[in-house]
Design a protein around this ligand. Structure first.
Ligand code: GLA
Length: 390
């Protein structure tokens, strides 16, 4: 990310804070959204993911206060919420402020002596596009509150608290990928994360500078996201149970043919779900090796395989996403796929330099032809994770 950008945002937030709260903030913190290069719906199956952090971030200006109250104003909704730290529990705050209240609750549950704070929040992460605006909000608020409470937490510990907040306070049964990458992202790199051992490994993304990742935000409205996500998760658990393993990851690590592994599963839907998870984990491992070898066409093929598996076996795509994938795949890129949980959101493409415009024109024309809202196409250089900016 661009430090210049960070500074400009932080200064704007600082003066905004003065206007809203009448005093200077103690500091400004930021945490990014993400795209996932490959490894989808594997993180709650103890599998592998390969995301990277976006330059787009959520910024939080914060000031400590002495009375155990939290006041938070959001510049993206122009709303203020206020709550007492004492008495916070799941269900006590809802809407966007639940992520903020949830982080205070989660940190207290983790024995951090959380102090009251005034918070002003702004974000450049597109909202509702499957780019983890909620993880960016959780991690930026978490970082600010931890520091103002005079504590230090390992980035991964904070990510796990944020995941717990999603699961238990907000009610979204997500895995750890989004919060992990928002905390641990590094410019120029994707992060291979083994969600069983919780080990992150940096993988340089196109170190020779001959490729870039493009994001195609389809702007398709998210549909049924949370219910469908929870159902997929439950189906994976049931499949693992039937196959006698604690997680589907265990089956990805073997050399055995997938069809043979799946033979005991008689339920057709569960077979499809499990096949996606097992093959996706294998694709992530292959993609990492291919990236290290500089074989971008090979990485692109794995991305394509991932998309088809998410479309046909995991069934999390929607017409806008599949159209974007088809069009972009034919526009001179190495490979493309849906990124994130699905049911709307974005397609990403690994592309040689110089095809950005071609991709944008092709997808814009195709969307106009069938009457879909105009998509947005932008470059996604891998950026840094959560940080203090002022
Ligand atoms: C959402 C969740 C993640 C992950 C992805 C799918 O982004 O928050 O934990 O499961 O979906 O890969």
């Amino acid at each position: 990310m661009n430090q210049q950008d960070d500074r400009v945002r932080a200064q704007a937030l600082q003066s905004g804070f003065r206007e809203v709260f009448g005093q200077d903030p103690d500091g400004v913190w930021a945490a990014p959204g993400r795209v996932n290069l490959i490894g989808e719906h594997t993180d709650y199956n103890e599998g592998f993911v390969l995301p990277f952090a976006l330059p787009q971030s959520t910024y939080v200006a914060a000031r400590r206060r002495g009375d155990g109250q939290v006041r938070v104003h959001s510049l993206f909704t122009e709303e203020t919420a206020e709550f007492a730290l004492e008495g916070l529990r799941p269900g006590s705050v809802d809407g966007w402020a639940a992520y903020v209240a949830g982080m205070c609750w989660g940190l207290r549950e983790a024995d951090v002596a959380v102090v009251g704070v005034d918070l002003l929040i702004d974000s450049t992460v597109p909202h509702g596009a499957g780019l983890s605006s909620s993880a960016a909000l959780e991690c930026s608020v978490g970082l600010a509150v931890v520091e103002l409470s005079g504590t230090v937490l390992e980035p991964l510990a904070l990510a796990r608290i944020a995941q717990l907040v999603e699961n238990d306070f907000v009610g979204m049964p997500c895995g750890l990928m989004d919060q992990m990458i928002s905390m641990l992202g590094e410019a120029g790199h994707a992060v291979l994360f083994d969600t069983r051992s919780l080990t992150p490994t940096l993988v340089p993304l196109a170190p020779t500078g001959d490729a870039e990742v493009l994001v195609i935000d389809t702007r398709a409205p998210h549909r049924l996201v949370d219910g469908e996500y929870a159902e997929r998760r439950r189906q994976c658990e049931e499949a693992a149970d039937t196959l006698g393993v604690t997680s589907l990851r265990e089956l990805s690590d073997t050399e055995t043919e997938v069809a043979e592994l799946l033979a005991p599963l008689t339920d057709e839907t569960l077979r499809h779900r499990a096949r996606h998870v097992i093959t996706e984990n294998r694709r992530v491992s292959e993609a990492v090796d291919l990236l290290r070898d500089g074989d971008l066409a090979g990485v692109g093929e794995r991305m394509r395989g991932s998309h088809l598996s998410l479309r046909d076996d995991y069934e999390v795509t929607v017409p806008e996403i599949d159209l974007a994938f088809d069009v972009v795949s034919g526009a001179g890129v190495f490979g493309a796929r849906i990124t994130g949980g699905g049911f709307g959101g974005c397609v990403i493409a690994l592309a040689p330099l110089g095809v950005h415009q071609q991709v944008e024109e092709a997808v814009t024309a195709a969307f106009a032809e069938v009457g879909f809202s105009a998509p947005a196409v932008f470059r996604a250089p891998p950026a840094d994770g959560a940080r203090r900016v002022l």
